[in-house]
Ligand binder design. Structure first.
Ligand SMILES: NC(=O)c1ccc[n+]([C@@H]2O[C@H](COP(=O)([O-])OP(=O)(O)OC[C@H]3O[C@@H](n4cnc5c(N)ncnc54)[C@H](O)[C@@H]3O)[C@@H](O)[C@H]2O)c1
Length: 395
């Protein structure tokens, strides 16, 4: 099915992500029905959509008549049957819980027409498992939007073990129709692309902090003002939510083992005290008076090359696992987290040999799996594929 054939959609779960995705679909001309567990949540979601569309009109990003037409295309119901009986596409955005998601997929499968594609917005869970809860696993895929969906340009399109190439092609086209930049995650790997690379740099920083090599302010100052990243790693973890960062950390550890050994001592006590970061007012930093001030004068206290080294190593593992290509990894990190450069292009500019030596130095010093060079990196360097200076690297 081509994306142009998607005329009707259902969005299951009208929370933070669901209502934003419904808004996007409606703006692109698709009739959408949102489903939630009660009318109150649905009314709230409709209110948020109208507010957001009004803002777009105010900022002259869309015309009033287009905003009104989008609102007219959105319905809301607590009935799956009513929402999905004649759809071409459904987007699942219920809370991150596999049992719940499996139930949603089984229900959707029983009410939606056979040709409809069912996608999940999960950040971490297995697309394959959700597909197996249906009789149409070839038409089940991941479509991971970033928060807030209306302003973040990136969508990770994820292939489950049984997802057909046709389904992926349709979702790539649909992402573009919604004004997004899709990247393809070719295998159902945990953390997909962005959270996996981010998980690696978070861990590196947490372990450095735990070993008292640098304070969080020193790390964040260096990452921000020397590295040119939009936020320091502790600041970003607070922004994402320490509960989420913690959970993702555990999922990555379960999936990849020692390479993602979480630094529990640093993050767990805060999570236990429900200090989740920005959303609760306190995390690593105090957010009660706004964004924390990261001191400028500490910008030389932590070697940002360490962050880059583990990011490049994880990018190499994604390539090793045949889960993604360098261009999609780079696009993902730039659009999903506003990194100044993607890890692969950074490595090509810096020299893969330089990155490899950094990893070897760190591995020798700390003997932690996180620093153990990925065989892909070793292989490229041994063949002289060391980046721009050699004419060939990741690119
Ligand atoms: N919030 C983010 O930053 C973000 C970013 C990317 C992906 N995600 C993923 O998107 C999904 C949704 O996250 P969210 O932040 O929007 O959650 P949320 O809690 O804001 O919204 C979930 C909604 O689902 C509804 N719901 C619960 N059970 C339901 C059911 N059985 N049927 C229909 N609706 C049901 C809830 O009432 C709620 O309105 C999760 O899988 C999450 O991992 C979240």
């Amino acid at each position: 099915m081509s994306a142009e054939k998607i005329k009707k959609a259902a969005v299951i779960g009208s929370g933070a992500m669901g209502h934003g995705i419904a808004e996007l679909l409606a703006l692109s001309g698709i009739e959408v029905t949102m489903v939630d567990i009660n009318d109150e949540f649905l009314a709230k979601a409709m209110g948020k959509i109208k507010w957001s569309l009004d803002k777009f009109v105010e900022k002259k990003r869309i015309r009033r008549e287009d905003a009104d037409a989008a609102v007219q295309r959105i319905r809301a119901t607590t009935s799956y049957e009513q929402a999905a009986k004649d759809i071409d596409f459904a987007m699942e955005a219920v809370p991150e819980n596999m049992d719940l998601k499996r139930k949603v997929f089984t229900t959707l499968d029983s009410v939606a027409p056979p040709h409809a594609i069912l996608a999940s917005n999960t950040s971490t869970l297995s697309i394959t498992e959700m597909g197996q809860a249906t009789k149409r696993a070839d038409r089940v895929a991941g479509m991971h939007f970033f928060n807030p969906p209306h302003s973040m340009a990136l969508v990770e399109v994820i292939k489950g073990n049984d997802t057909s190439q046709e389904t992926i092609t349709t979702l790539v086209e649909l992402s573009k129709k919604l004004g997004k930049t899709p990247i393809i995650v070719r295998k159902d790997v945990r953390g997909f692309i962005v959270n996996r690379v981010l998980g690696a740099v978070f861990n590196e920083a947490f372990w450095a902090f735990q070993r008292k090599e640098a304070t969080k302010e020193e790390i964040d100052s260096s990452v921000k003002y020397t590295g040119g990243f939009p936020m320091g790693w502790f600041e970003l973890a607070d922004f994402v939510g320490l509960d989420i960062a913690y959970e993702v950390g555990i999922i990555l550890y379960e999936a990849y083992g020692e390479r993602f050994k979480p630094c529990a001592e640093v993050i767990e006590p805060l999570v236990k005290e429900k200090k989740f970061g920005q959303k609760t007012g306190v995390g690593f930093y105090d957010w009660t008076k706004g964004r924390p001030r990261i001191p400028f004068n500490l910008l030389d206290s932590y070697d940002v090359e360490r962050s880059w080294a583990v990011a490049v190593n994880e990018a190499a593992w994604l390539i090793h696992d045949d889960a993604a290509n360098p261009a999609d990894i780079d696009t993902g990190m730039k659009l999903g987290t506003y990194w100044p450069s993607g890890p692969c292009e950074y490595a090509d500019r810096t020299g893969l040999d330089v990155i490899l030596n950094k990893l070897k130095e760190l591995y020798g010093k700390y003997n932690i799996e996180m620093y153990k060079p990925c065989p892909v990196l070793e292989d490229y360097v041994s063949k002289g594929r060391v980046g721009k200076k050699a004419g060939r690297g990741f690119y």
